[in-house]
Every structure is written in structure tokens, then in C-alpha cells.
Design a protein around this ligand. Structure first.
Ligand code: CMP
Length: 229
């Protein structure tokens, strides 16, 4: 199996495709290398391609009139983006920006649509992935409406501990924590507020911060978030 096919086999939306289908699809993909901070997809642009992340990370963001940033999601190797405007014919719903040097594979709108008609498994996989993204978005809306800022910071940290954390005797270590500004952009608040909440959590012994590392106590990770302060 070629390297591209091996990567495609790991992308959730292409699960279930046989080797021939993966090779054919792979032949239609164009590799693209982007540097950190490059805007790959700009909000309101017309949608002309789907992107698969081969290496690196991409943030999905919206900007307010004042330039304030809201991070909707952070996508990694094996994830895809740019499908929404291809499916509904509307302009791009958000900006997709490389957080670090990123390698992408690009599939044109025409080849994407052809592939979907030929392989209903991919269409059904996309629906499953979009349902998962909607679930996450529902959770974020719920958190914004139901949790105060302490609860939102706590929930985000616990989510990061689950996805990227390493369990140790002292607690759960998140090695590469997002910056305070990025945390703020993920939970709809300001950097100053995140800084205040993290200091408060630290003062209470819920966590400790060492440079880019953050150590969450086991008790903190298991607490009832509605009563987190
Ligand atoms: P599209 O609208 O074509 O361009 C922006 C892309 O960002 C969109 O397709 C999705 O792939 C992605 N995107 C938009 N909103 C979210 C979200 N809430 N979670 C993950 N990805 C998203």
C-alpha cells in the first residue's frame, strides 16, 4: 500500500474503502505544505476543495468585529476540513489556520463530489463525523449557557487532560497546554479572566503550572463541575 493510501486508511471518513479505492482517491489528492499562521480557508470564501491533515495542526476560528477570536476546534493529523461548503454550496463557515508547519492533502470539489456518489460509505462516515462535531458544538453551547467561567476553564482542562494528558502519581500532566489566550478563545472569555481563574485554581491546590506544562490533581479531574468553585 502506498504512503498516501496508508494515511487515507486512517482518516475516519475513508474507513471501509478497499485498497483499490484508496489508491484511486490518493491519485486525485494534491499535497500542499503550509507555514505556521497561514490561512488555508478564509471565512466567506467560496468552497473549492476539501483538506486532509497529513502532519501538523489547524485551528478553526471565527473573528468578531473587534478582532476577538473564537476557537471552534483544533484539528490534527488524520482530520479533515472544508467539507461543509462543498456539501451545502454556501461560503466557507469559518477560517482554518495552521497553528504550526502543516502538510495537507487537497481534494477538489469535483473529485470529492464524484467520490461521494461512487462510495456511499464515505458519505455515511462524513455524516457520523459531522454528528460528532455537532455533539461537541452542542456541549460548548451548553457550557456557555450553563457553566460560569470557573466551570468552563475546569471543563476545558479536563477535556485536554483526557485527550492529551498523561496519568502520573502526582496527577494528570498536560505537556503542551494551550496559551492563556487560546484557552480564553476556546471558552468565550478574556485572557485576563483565564489568568485569574488559573491562579485561583492554583491557590486552591487544584493544579500547578510549570512553564508549558500543567499538572491537574486527580481530585480536580474528577470533580462535579457545576460546583467547581
Ligand atoms: P467549510 O465551511 O467548507 O470551511 C470551514 C471549515 O471549518 C468547515 O467547512 C469545517 O470543515 C470546519 N468547521 C466549521 N465549524 C467547525 C466545528 N465546530 N468543528 C470542527 N470543524 C468545523
Amino acid at each position: 500500500m502506498s504512503k498516501t493510501s496508508e494515511l487515507l486508511a486512517k482518516v475516519s471518513i475513508f474507513h471501509g474503502l478497499d485498497e483499490t479505492a484508496l489508491e484511486r482517491l490518493g491519485a486525485k489528492l494534491k499535497p500542499m505544505k503550509v507555514t505556521k499562521d497561514r490561512v488555508i480557508v478564509g471565512q466567506d470564501d467560496p468552497g473549492d476543495a476539501l483538506f486532509i491533515i497529513q502532519k501538523g495542526r489547524v485551528k478553526v476560528v471565527l473573528y468578531g468585529d473587534s478582532g476577538r477570536e473564537v476557537i471552534l476546534s483544533i484539528l490534527r493529523a488524520g482530520d479533515f476540513f472544508g467539507e461543509m461548503s462543498l456539501l451545502d454550496g454556501e461560503p466557507r463557515s469559518a477560517n482554518c489556520i495552521a497553528i504550526e508547519k502543516t502538510d495537507l492533502l487537497m481534494l477538489s470539489r469535483e473529485d470529492f463530489v464524484k467520490h461521494l456518489y461512487e462510495f456511499p460509505t464515505t458519505a455515511s462516515n462524513i455524516l457520523a463525523e459531522m454528528s460528532m462535531r455537532l455533539r461537541r458544538a452542542d456541549e460548548v453551547i451548553g457550557n456557555l449557557a450553563l457553566l460560569d467561567v470557573y466551570g468552563r476553564v475546569a471543563r476545558k482542562l479536563i477535556e485536554l487532560a483526557k485527550s492529551d494528558g498523561e496519568d502520573t502519581d502526582e496527577g494528570i500532566v498536560i505537556k503542551e497546554r494551550p496559551t492563556q489566550q487560546d484557552l480564553a478563545s476556546m471558552i468565550g472569555t478574556s485572557r485576563e479572566t483565564v489568568s485569574r481563574v488559573l491562579s485561583e485554581f492554583q491557590r486552591r491546590g487544584f493544579l500547578s503550572m510549570q512553564g508549558k506544562k500543567i499538572l491537574l490533581s486527580h481530585g480536580f479531574a474528577e470533580q462535579d463541575l457545576e460546583n467547581s468553585h
